[in-house]
Every structure is written in C-alpha cells, then in structure tokens.
Write a protein that binds this ligand. Sequence first.
Ligand code: GUN
Ligand code: ZN
Length: 443
Amino acid sequence: MTKKTVLRGASLSFHADPFVVGDKDSYTFFKDALIFIDNGIITKTGSYDSLKNEITDDSIVHDYSGRLMTAGFIDTHVHYPQTPMIGAYGKHLLDWLENYTYPTEAKFSDKEFASQVAKMFLKQTIKAGTTTSMVYGTVYKESVDAFFEESEKLGTRMLCGKVMMDRNAPDELLDTPETGYKDSKALVEKWHNKGRQLYVVTPRFAPTSTREQLEMAGKLYNEYPDVFMQTHLCETEGEIAWVKELFPERKSYLDVYDHYGLVGKRSVFGHCVHFEDEDFKTMSQKKASIAHCPTSNLFLGSGLFDLNKAKTGKHPVYVGLGTDLGAGTSFCQLQTLNEVYKVAEMKDSSITAIKGYYLATRGGAESLSLEDKIGSLEKGMEADVTIWDLSSTEILDYRIKLAKDLEEKLFLQMILADDRSVRATYVNGEKVYDNKNNYYKLD
Ligand code: GUN
Ligand code: ZN
C-alpha cells in the first residue's frame, strides 16, 4: 500500500439515492478535484482550489486532470468459476446449467485450476473498473479458498461463498446438508472479516437444495450477525414452475427462502425478474436486496426486470447491478448499464445516467450494506477509485465534444463505452491496474 497518495481529476460521488431524492440532489461533482489517501483510506476530498495548499511534501500526486474519478464499481452478483464459459452458446437457464455450467464447475475440485481462473477473473474485474464483487464459488470449498487467497493478495474487498447444492445436479457436484453446513462454517471462520474478505452463505437456488439443506443454510446465516447470503430467485418461468412442484407447501418461490430464514438485510437475490407485488412487499419489509443482471437476462432470454417498480413502486427495495457472468456477457458494468437502460425502456420507463452511475457505485454498496466502507468518494471511505477516460474511442472522442453537460457525457459512457475507458483502478489506495502501460498488480 502506498502511504500518502493524492489523486487529481474530475470527481463524481453519490451521497444519496437519486431514485428517492431526485438526480440533482444525489451527487457531488467537481470538475477539478483532489482525493487525499492515507493508508488505504480517503482522508479528504474536495475541489482542487480549496485543497491544493494541503498537499504535503510526503505525498505523491497522481494527476488525471481531464479524466473522471468515481468510486470503484460494484458487482452484486457474479460467478467467478464461469469465467471459462462466458459466451457459451446455450438455451434457456436450465439447459444451460446442465450442459455448460455444471461440467465447467466440476473442474474446480482442482485448486490449482481454481486459482488460475480466480486470477483471470480478478484481472478482468479490475480492468473493467470494478473493485468489489459478490461472488459465487463452486460446491468445492477449495474453490473459495483459491478465490479469497487471490483477492487477499490483490487487496480487494470481495464477498464469496461455497455453493451449497444437495440435489438435482450431477453427483460430483453435490454436498449434503451436513457437509454443506460444516464446510461453509469452516470457511466463515477462516475468511469472514479476514482483511477485506467477507463470507456469503450460498445455497445455489431452491431447486438444487433439499428442505434440510435450506434449513442448515438459514441456521448458518443467522448464527453470525454480519455474514451475507446470496441465491437466485424468480429468474425464469420454467424455474418458478419447478420450485412450485418441489415445494408445494410454500406460498411462493420467495416464501421458500423466507421460511428457512434466508431473507434479511444482508441477503442478495439474483434476478427477481418475474416478481409479484407480494414479493416486493416481503423484500421491502425485510430490507433484502435484488441484483439486477440484464446482460444475463437477455442472453438466457429470462425476461425483463422492472427496475423502476423495484426502486420507486409501493414497496421499494435495494437494487444493485450484477454482471452474472458467465450467463452475463461483460465484466464491464458500463455494458450492464447499457442493457439496464434498454430493459427499462422496454418496461416503459427510463433510467438516467445519474441513476445508472449511482447503481454502479453507492447503490451497489447500499444493497450490500457496505455503504460505510465503499461506493463513494468521501472522507473515511476505503480508497477504491476508478479513473475513467471519457473519450476512449474515436467515436466517443468525437461525440463527447458535442455533449452539453455532465449527464449527457455520462449517458454516452453508459451506451458507447466499455473497459477501454478505464484509465486506472485503485484498490485500497494502491494502483492495481493502469491501461497506459498494461500494468496489473496480479501479474
Ligand atoms: N440459477 C442457478 N444457478 C445459476 C447460475 O449459475 N447462473 C444463472 N444465471 N442462474 C442460475
Ligand atoms: Zn447467477
């Protein structure tokens, strides 16, 4: 970790939810800003003019004038073991799982293989300007060790968990209610709050867990005050019909998880595409979060999530963005936002660029209950910062000169930019990626 670093550039940071307070009152923007970092923490931030005299001799200024600094982007739903199968041709969810996903995940009993994939995943993640992800491992506990070991070396704040699955998958990928609980608990003890690593209890989804396993998952989640929970929910109609058959005694798919104590402030549900008012009500009351994963929902033909209803309907819920690789098609959350916008349009609503950038930063942090640590550029926050080049391609360079204000410029990024726009990524105050000299801390 570098000691005292000062970053200079334009800066954009959110202090409130634009879906609640309106776009204009949600963010602070400085055309020329300084961010002071000491020991991985932001100690001061503000306009260059107001702070320039506070630059001391023992600090190193990294000058990104003309570029935009934001908090590192946050991915609230992603499967690192699916990195080797991103873009695999396949049909809808259940076929895709059986034919591509499970055979790939079966390779992760080999820890060496898992470490190689974890490295590639983390490399692509920081290259895309993302600094925190909520990540699925596989059923093998070694795959989670491999991931956390690599993340710890990089210094990233990451959340990960061992998949629990004891039925309806190939034999080699099954655990049992007892081993799933025991292995997950051992991983909690080993990794949760170790440096920046956080553990997530991870029953894959209701169809691959027996009642006994969901009960054990709920027990584990509730044994610790600050452990997380992630799973999939209401992604496709076929899956919902299957859950009805498997759990006829429950009112709804969400009720299956609720019954076993898996719905709470630190639980994050991937997708929720086919959701009833009652579901939104339960999620809102329990302060649980949804990971909106539009590139995946389009790729698998799962359906169109109603973001505006989720955020501003009668029962508002926390929503973060998920890439959901390998069903999702890009590590870059700008590409996710591109699809967020289009899916919202299909739902007769519109997502402004300000709302998009909020979802990628502070909104993601709020949905992970980590907004006191990450997601904004404020004093006391962990210094995860992404530097963006707003003219990263010829057409963006041309087009951005015609943009009249910040919001238009940001919207152009959402629609036209990709990971080429990431100039540099800082994690815990240290530069871990620089696209000028192709530097990765991981190499
Ligand atoms: N539902 C259960 N497992 C998965 C998975 O790996 N990816 C997606 N998109 N949905 C799932
Ligand atoms: Zn998923």
